[in-house]
Design a protein around this ligand. Structure first.
Ligand code: SF4
Length: 328
């Protein structure tokens, strides 16, 4: 089996507050293989974005990694000094945020930003870097890339700006891109194009992607595997095929029920009653129990851990570990 590109072990993200320590991400472990699209899905407040920020070393204080380890290509990266992590961010891990303007400087042409990034992280000269920037802009679907390279971010539409950001993320051939809600700010008609583009480019460049989103439909489009997060914990993890075809965790089932299809009317979509608990109000036992239609006594008292229920892993008292139960 291929060695993982990224390995997260027992990651815990905490915030020290006047009321004590709040745990926003609690003991999560997963790995990402080279070239795969790994989705992390859940509602706002689940801890998805914090997980992405922890991987790239951009957690804002008072947020911090309280426990756990992160490895990229077997190198431990969660304790690196700032300047070393900065190099890794530029060269090995690219980022795409929800708002393209987070990644683009409005004062510089897109070409200048691409060329500077290429020059910083490669041995290329200026002329070669400009040619590479034009090729990338062309590859992400910017028409007349040789002219548009000298335009400023405000001269591009939202969808075109996100294409430029994808070019920026890819320009040094990173082995991993973290894309946090890359299409949420875009017009619905543009979203599918950007997702398809991301998938195609990452396949062509053999780049792995961690795709962070609240939208199970987007995950279904392009991911190979998916981790479902709820209240800072992983509640189900498996291949997209398994989790979408046969979601096990009641929360994953609820998320699946909210994907529209050609045969579903909007008023037939399943909604999960209630809301994700706030950090200081995470209930004991299974954090999902106040919203879960299947909850029973044990759910209110004991927290379920992720167990292997083959083919996926799930954290729910409705399931037994396949290896222990002997069932298939
Ligand atoms: Fe629902 Fe209980 Fe499973 Fe939690 S452990 S998801 S409350 S059945």
């Amino acid at each position: 089996m291929t060695e993982p590109l990224l390995k997260i072990e027992h990651l815990r993200i905490e915030f020290n507050t006047r009321r004590g320590t709040l745990v926003a991400v609690d003991d999560i472990s997963f790995d990402v293989r080279p070239g795969e699209v790994f989705g992390i899905v859940g509602e706002s407040g689940a801890g998805k974005t914090l997980t992405g920020l922890a991987i790239i070393g951009l957690l804002d204080p008072p947020g911090r990694i309280g426990a756990g380890r992160i490895f990229l290509n077997t190198q431990r990266i969660d304790k690196l000094p700032y300047h070393q992590m900065r190099k890794i961010r530029g060269k090995k891990i690219g980022m795409i945020f929800q708002d393209p303007l987070t990644s683009l400087n409005p004062l510089y042409s897109v070409g200048k930003q691409l060329i500077e990034t290429i020059l910083t992280h490669s041995e290329m000269g200026t002329h070669e870097a400009r040619q590479r920037a034009i090729t990338l802009l062309d590859e992400v679907g910017i028409p007349a890339a040789d002219k548009r390279i000298d335009h400023y971010p405000h001269q591009f539409s939202g969808g075109m700006r996100q294409r430029v950001v994808i070019a920026l993320a890819l320009c040094v051939n990173p082995s991993l891109i973290i894309a946090d809600e890359p299409t949420t700010a875009l017009d619905v008609s543009i979203q599918a194009q950007i997702i398809a583009l991301l998938k195609r480019l990452c396949t062509n460049h053999d780049t792995a992607v961690i795709l962070i989103t609240h939208d199970m439909g987007v995950i279904a489009e392009i991911s190979d595997r998916v981790a479902v997060m709820y209240a800072g914990r992983l509640v189900e993890i498996g291949t997209v095929h398994d989790v979408i075809k046969t979601p096990k965790h009641p929360y994953a089932k609820g998320l699946m029920g909210s994907i529209p299809s050609l045969h579903t009317r909007a008023d037939q979509l399943m909604q999960i009653e209630g809301a994700m608990p706030r950090l200081m109000e995470i209930p004991p036992g299974c954090a999902f129990h106040p919203r879960c239609p299947y909850s029973f006594d044990r759910c209110r008292q004991e927290r379920p851990d992720l167990i292997d229920t083959k083919p996926s892993k799930v954290a729910c008292w409705l399931f037994k570990n396949e290896d222990e139960s002997g069932n298939t």
